[in-house]
Write a protein that binds this ligand. Structure first.
Ligand code: DGI
Ligand code: FE
Ligand code: FE
Length: 198
């Protein structure tokens, strides 16, 4: 079954706090706008935006238990920092309990926190829209929004780079997928330029 925006919205109103629900709507609106601009499917972007944080407010210990039960722990770092699990949990939940089979949308939900090497345009869009939705107000956010508008892949690279800088500044461990995503996007940017990093 394809995810319908109306159904996800309904689910989101029931499982999310008011604040998280507002963030969800902001991500959905911004993702839809970026999708139209870049010629991607606006309905998929809206649905993925609406669904991306559905599991965010499950108590952390329960997130870890569910991730064990559903075999979603891929790295030791996942359990060391379970705040990175909620995308995968939401995607699994929608696939197995709501019979959603829209692989592109499920992947975008699953990878929205850490990214992954080889992200599709929709995955890049949700990863980046989450970081740059209209309520985010860190100093470089406007530069990132413009960069995303200009070029989705370069804009996403800039978003991952900003996340790396932010994590390092706070002495937070870098998840291996964040690092791999960064390296993959850099390699993609360099293809055709003759750079040794391509
Ligand atoms: O769910 P949101 O708050 O809207 O945003 P998100 O899904 O990007 O989750 C943000 C959380 O993920 C935040 O607690 C920082 C964390 N995070 C993302 N990448 C990494 C990371 N934390 C660590 N330690 N390392 C990462 O690479
Ligand atoms: Fe999230
Ligand atoms: Fe989010």
């Amino acid at each position: 079954m394809k995810l319908r925006a109306e159904d996800v919205l309904n689910l989101a109103t029931r499982v999310l706090s008011e604040e998280r629900f507002k963030h969800t709507l902001d991500v959905a609106d911004w993702a839809e706008k970026l999708a139209r601009h870049h010629g991607l499917d606006p309905v998929s972007a809206r649905c993925a935006g609406l669904a991306h944080d559905l599991a965010k407010e499950i108590p952390m210990q329960d997130q870890v238990s569910l991730a064990h039960r559903w075999d979603l722990l891929n790295y030791p770092e996942d359990e060391q920092n379970p705040a990175v699990l909620h995308g995968r949990l939401a995607a699994y939940w929608l696939e197995h309990y709501f019979k959603v089979d829209d692989a592109e949308v499920l992947a975008a939900i699953a990878s929205h926190t850490l990214g992954r090497p080889g992200m599709s345009p929709l995955e890049m869009l949700i990863y980046s829209a989450d970081l740059t939705e209209p309520s985010r107000d860190f100093p470089e956010v406007d530069i990132l929004r413009h960069s995303l508008y200009d070029d989705l892949e370069k804009g996403t690279l800039d978003c991952v780079e900003r996340t790396l800088i932010y994590l390092k500044k706070r002495n937070n461990p870098i998840h291996p997928l964040t690092q791999l995503t960064y390296e993959d996007l850099q390699r993609r940017k360099n293809i055709g330029t003759g750079s040794k990093n391509a």
